[in-house]
Ligand binder design. Sequence first.
Ligand code: GDP
Length: 467
Amino acid sequence: MPGNEAGKQPGKRLRQPIVVVLGHVDHGKTTLLDKIRGTAVTAKEPGLITQHVGASVVPASVIERLAEPLKKIIPFKLIIPGLLFIDTPGHELFSNLRRRGGSVADFAILVVDINDGFQPQTYESIEILRQRRVPFVVAANKIDKIPGWKPHPDTPFIISYRQQAKWVQEELEKKLWDNVIAKLYELGFQAERFDRVKDFTRTVAVVPISAKTGEGIAELLAVLAGLAQRYLQHRLRFAEGPARGVILELREQPGLGTTADVIIYDGVLKRGDLIVTGGLEGPIITRVRALLMPKPLQEIRIAKRELEPVGEVYAAAGVRVVAPELEKAVAGAPLYVATSEEEAKKLAERVRQEIEALRIKTEAEGVIVKADTLGSLEAMVEALRRRGIPIRYADVGPVAKRDVIEAVASKEINKFYAVILAFNVKTLPEAEEEAKKHEIPVFRHNVIYQLLEDFEKWYREQTEAER
Ligand code: GDP
């Protein structure tokens, strides 16, 4: 079965850490992910990198080979089978990797353009990583754009760095400090260039890289792999039991109905398994009809690959699940295998409670929140709470007429909170009309930070006008 040989080998008891890439738009997240997969391919051992659904695995053998020149700086022998990267960078999918009180992601790479520094989505990424308690390293990207920098493609950063002119080295150090390290300190993090870090549990490692030339990528992978197996061992211990996962995305597939792209973080998922997952109308108990994985190819192409059925999938993995009733499921819901009907009922109750805890319904003053998935709803609610903004009502789905009615009811208590904050969802025409009629502002955005900024700006204007 593709991608899971490592998990099957006797003696290898740790699974791959699940790694996500976050950061501001245009700072190089996509280029970095492509380069990581590309680097693994040019390691010239076909079939080594394995493509999953929504994720790719860079195996330990590739990381070790790339990191060979770094052994002195980061001594390690890998006992993890590799690193599983979630293919889509950014917040949307990350927020769906939710797990009660945390994240399914074990590690994050925060990409910061070293020339551009911290930007709104950089702050938002750190905020959400903090909320979900996900450790991260910073990839200080685009070092090739530093004036005077001479690229040494595929050369480890340390060697490339030594070959730069003194003033170029100083320029890098200055940007690294001003635009990255000092900013992390301002947010309460200790941070240091990775090769100067003494205690990785207390200090955020910052790896200068160029996603374009490839400089620093070997270091980044080595730091991640080294840190994961040293500090996350308890999380990575693999149990050969029933699978646990989370729905990353739901997809319509012709002939198969609604399928779920699921990230499995523990255990084994098999065709025919009894599974429990969540929907807005209640928990769903169903059976896996088929599991689909990309066909292995000799050469990696990020482009869409044909899927083929497999019998079982070992954590950590990304897999497409085909099962009845998934059209009622919601992205961000947990997915558990039950070993009996009885256990399924218990798990269903747990899932129901977990999902209901995220949906807010009160009679009090507060804003109305609509979001596209459970993950983004949770992130929105957490962000609002931290800012002390009260919530009257929060749910998944497009802005509907009843949301406007809720806002109108909220207006009677406090008009400054009589707004709808819509994250990544549409407004139904009926609701639009109703909102206009009752003068209910609808704020819409696909960046939480921006959405809250827009609302707070409006709030300040309104309350000031009142005085
Ligand atoms: P994303 O929005 O964070 O996914 O950013 P992209 O990966 O799409 O990159 C945005 C732009 O920056 C693209 O034009 C990339 O080619 C460019 N870019 C990304 N990484 C680097 C880098 O290391 N050096 C240079 N010079 N350009 C880069």
